[in-house]
Design a binder for this molecule. Structure first.
Ligand code: GAL
Length: 677
């Protein structure tokens, strides 16, 4: 409930003259001045256009309370400027200095058992701490006032990955703030008691002072209280961001951003609520070794980033890696070509560039084994050569800067609150993860080269032919009405199980599941029937269902697939109903991939969903629309060469294509098309 109006005017970050954003976190404070000169020379060699500077340098700028050392930073800013490299200047609040932690240990986050994190990491501060806020605003003011008018500073980078090390704090100061937040949200105690259903276990609160952050095990927390604490924590971090932004605005009109950590979700904060407050939507994206579908997950994150922008305008990939990070169990180096392919995949989906953590690999400190643009082994390395090649490639395709991705016909709704609520507490099936269904439906379209806008659940749905609503667990009346209205107006809506189950207070919508969507779908589920380990039931198409099924009763919908065996034999599993000018499908089971895939084929045919190209799964194709042309990004994530249709100018190799292009295994192409398809 950070009830702060989104600003109408947002300063735009314009791509540097004729270039895209290319660079990374630059941490010169880890090196002596001789290295800075080499850094700048090599940045020029690689074609770096921007660096994020000063992110973790508070302790080196404010060396003790109120004592500032600007000399080194002035010099680095000057060197970068002389070299024509733009600066995304950070407020250094992600890493409080040792003197501050020593003087004010009360700023540290407390876990539910009231243990504090020991100083030594970063972001260990409590977002509700007035003491921390005061110090943070002081350093923010000092940095922003000093560099506001510097011509190299084109953007402000507030802190770093807010929530990354301080997502939830359970200290007494947070408890007081939480009560204030609740008072603002609910007004009176009666409303609060009723919203949370505190009659259960006689939990009724007699005063706001009796309400505490959920320090009990998360399983037994009151669901409404738990969900509100997640919201509150997101809002407190957002309030911190907004406070820093307001300080910066006193001296600078440049765009202000902070780096999100968007992946499959649920995320530590509610980025749908945050995105209105950043001038540039920026993301840090790292692939996970354990994920067998890394390329598709990357596309999902890119589509979600685009969905967080106001009008599908460009966003910015603020960090990814050139190779192995160091925070996974066995960190995976990238395959040859993967740096370029992944970078282009982000650009294809709307990023106006590709940036990395970090410029030069650290030799000391926590992340001393993290990959970088300039590796420990120096410039005679594959990574460095690929970085130089990436810099050249981004220059060759710079005409896409500022352009939008071609409009999508498919929207897929995601919601961090639904993820928080679904994954907390006692549930019919506690191993189900929120991210599964959003991702699997996205993947089916990704495999068919069909673009999907991954949107916040309350986004404007006008113009979409298909709206996929996977496990949208929290759904209030307004949200359900908006989705139903889209169907009435002609869209096809596909809703999966565990959608529309609870309202915004986490209270079950009674009368049969899925409460909020029952009328739209024309079905009523009497009972959930989670499947036990190894238990399989079959559907009428012969496919298997594991994990989740329901006892659903047909209303005015028609059956697409029914349960063929098991206790629910004869009952509907997948249904469809005419709704105004559109249709509403219900998927009550966790379908096997082939069954979901054939539903997608039906929808693709019926709704004539546009495939950007026709190619095997794993070949990615996305178009960005520039003024008078379209630019087709082709990425072959498979291990086979493929022939694809493409006509126009291949921008990276400067070749004209007339018809067919051989895309090697792992290869890519960016084609300015002669005629718009
Ligand atoms: C990011 C973070 C960077 C660095 C990186 C390592 O989440 O913003 O500072 O730690 O991870 O992968």
């Amino acid at each position: 409930m950070a009830d702060v109006a989104a600003p109408d005017h947002r300063p735009q970050l314009r791509p540097p003259q004729g270039r895209l954003f290319f660079g990374g976190d630059y941490n010169p404070e880890q090196w002596d001045p001789a290295v800075w000169r080499e850094d700048v020379r090599l940045m020029q060699e690689a074609g770096v256009t921007i660096v994020s500077l000063g992110i973790f340098s508070w302790g080196l700028i404010e060396t003790s309370e109120g004592v500032y050392d600007w000399e080194w930073l002035d010099e680095v800013v000057g060197l970068l400027h002389e070299a024509g490299i733009a600066i995304d200047l950070a407020t250094p609040t992600a890493a409080p200095p040792s003197w501050l932690l020593t003087a004010h240990p009360e700023i540290l986050v407390l876990d539910p058992e009231h243990h504090s994190q020991r100083p030594g990491g970063r972001l260990g501060w409590c977002p509700s701490s007035p003491v921390f806020r005061e110090y943070a605003m002081r350093i923010t003011a000092a940095v922003s006032e000093r560099y506001a008018n510097h011509p190299a500073v084109v953007m402000w980078h507030v802190s770093n990955e807010l929530g990354g090390g301080n997502a939830r704090c359970y200290c007494d100061v947070s408890a007081v703030r939480f009560r204030e937040w609740l008072t603002e949200r609910y007004g009176t105690l009666d409303v609060l008691n009723s919203a949370w259903g505190t009659g259960f276990w006689g939990h009724r609160f007699g005063s706001f002072e009796e309400v505490f952050p959920p320090r009990c095990p998360r399983d037994v927390a009151i669901p409404g209280l738990f969900l509100d604490y997640e919201r509150f924590s997101s809002d407190e971090l957002l309030a911190h961001y907004l406070a820093e932004k307001a300080v910066i605005r006193r001296s600078s009109d440049a765009p202000v951003t902070t780096n999100f950590m968007v992946g499959l979700g649920p995320h530590v904060v509610d980025y749908a609520a945050w995105s209105a407050h950043v001038d540039v939507v920026a993301n840090d994206h790292y692939t996970l070794v354990r994920d067998p579908q890394r390329a598709q997950e990357l596309a999902f994150a890119g589509d979600r980033m685009r969905g967080l922008t106001r009008d599908r305008e460009p966003w910015l990939l603020m960090e990814h890696s050139t190779g192995a990070p160091s925070w996974q169990e066995r960190n995976r180096a990238k395959d040859p070509g993967e740096i370029l392919r992944n970078s282009l995949a982000h650009v294809a989906r709307g990023s106006d560039g590709a940036m990395f953590f970090q410029w030069r690999a650290s030799t000391a400190g926590t992340e001393q084994f993290h990959s970088a643009m300039l590796p420990h082994a120096g410039t005679d390395t594959r990574v460095w050569r690929e970085i130089v090649e990436l810099g050249q490639s981004l220059t060759s395709i710079a005409e896409v800067g500022g352009s939008s991705v071609a409009p999508a016909q498919v929207a897929l709704l995601v919601d961090d609150e639904s993820g928080w609520a679904l994954e907390q507490g006692l549930k019919p099936h506690r191993a189900l993860r929120y991210g599964f269904e959003p991702r699997r439906w996205h993947q089916l379209f990704w495999e068919r080269q069909i673009l999907v806008d991954v949107l916040p659940a309350d986004a404007d749905l006008a113009g979409y032919d298909l709206i996929v609503v996977p496990t949208l667990y929290v759904t209030d009346e307004a949200r359900a009405a908006r989705i139903a209205a889209a169907a009435e107006a002609g869209a096809t809506v596909l809703v999966t199980y565990l959608s529309g189950i609870v309202d915004a207070t986490s209270r079950v919508l009674a009368g049969g599941y899925p409460g909020a969507f029952r009328d739209l779908l024309g079905v009523r589920t009497e009972e959930f029937r989670p499947l036990q380990r190894e238990e399989i039931v079959h559907l009428s198409d012969g496919s298997e269902v594991a994990e989740w099924s329901e006892d659903t009763v047909l209303g005015d919908a028609e059956v697409v697939l029914g349960y063929a065996d098991g206790p629910g034999a004869g009952r509907p599993a997948v249904t469809r109903r005419r709704a105004g000018d559109g249709h509403a499908w219900y998927v009550s089971a966790r379908l096997a991939q082939e069954s979901a895939s054939s539903i997608v084929d039906t929808l693709v045919d019926e709704l004539q969903l546009r495939r950007e190209i026709v190619a095997p799964a794993g070949v990615e194709a996305v178009r960005r629309r520039t003024g008078d042309a379209s630019v087709l990004f082709l990425l072959n994530h498979t291990s086979e060469d493929v022939d694809v249709e493409a006509t126009g100018r291949e921008l990276i190799t400067a070749r004209d294509l007339t018809g067919t292009l051989r895309l090697p295994a792992g290869g890519w192409a960016v084609v300015r098309e002669v005629a718009r398809p």
